[in-house]
Design a binder for this molecule. Sequence first.
Ligand code: GLV
Length: 311
Amino acid sequence: MKPEVLLVGTMLPMVVSELESTYVLHHHEDPDDPSGLPEDVRGRVRALVTYGAVGARRPVLEVLPKLEIVACFAVGTDAVDVVHCRGRGIPVTNTPDVLTECVADMALALLLAVQRRIVAGDTYVRQGRWLEANMPLSRRMGKHRAGIFGMGRIGQAVARRLLPFGCEVHYCGPNAKPELPYTYHRDLAAMAAAVDFLILTCPGGAATRHAVDRRVLDALGPRGTLINVSRGSVVDEAALVAALTEGRLGQAGLDVFADEPRVPEALLGLENVVLQPHAGSGTEETREAMGRLVLDNLAAHFAGRPLLTPV
Ligand code: GLV
């Protein structure tokens, strides 16, 4: 008999069709309200598949007594109640490594776009304003000091990309990594004061919530650039909007927000900000690889083999 799988939220079509052919697949939309889930289905679901932003939260987990595994289509599992799962001995898998390079590319793309005013320049040409006057100057990318908050796999991939630009790399995180040739800061505000670019690549969740607050933004300063490809929760978004509109922070490139897909209205009118719809891992190649990893983790679980990427 095919195992029964619950898909919470939407998912890449390739993953859905393979789930449909391999398992008995049930769909559920609301991660906070299990009321739409029929009683008999609740009692038969053995695996839950979810998307990073949707996660697997206690209200749904609690009504699935036979749950054996949660497979998350994301590297960040901050929306999965991992503590609850651990308590029940339910493994959680994520999709690390396969997305590292694309997320790091997005950080660099945002940094280049912000520094060189690529989006503003494009608008300038399209609106015919170049015919009237030259565009104001931008700022160079290279030979700046960059501070990376979260020197994990993605942080290190960002650092590798910054070196050919002649940037000096600093980092901040819970532990110094003496094997890396970069300058370590224990304190985030101290690092922000020492760099021109602050790039966020840390995990989301309680430990980093609002780590980038007014104090950190002010330390980065009116010529500083903030790049966020981690989670919106890492930044106090109200403080960020205030710093950008009041000119206390120079510019920002943002792929993630506190309440996605809603973006603060005030950011939409700012020229010193480049916005993306949480698309760091959003390339065809990487999303396909992430989907494969979700499916391979499930297959390993049901075949009694070791999981490929347990959290
Ligand atoms: C995307 O945000 C992820 O966590 O993979």
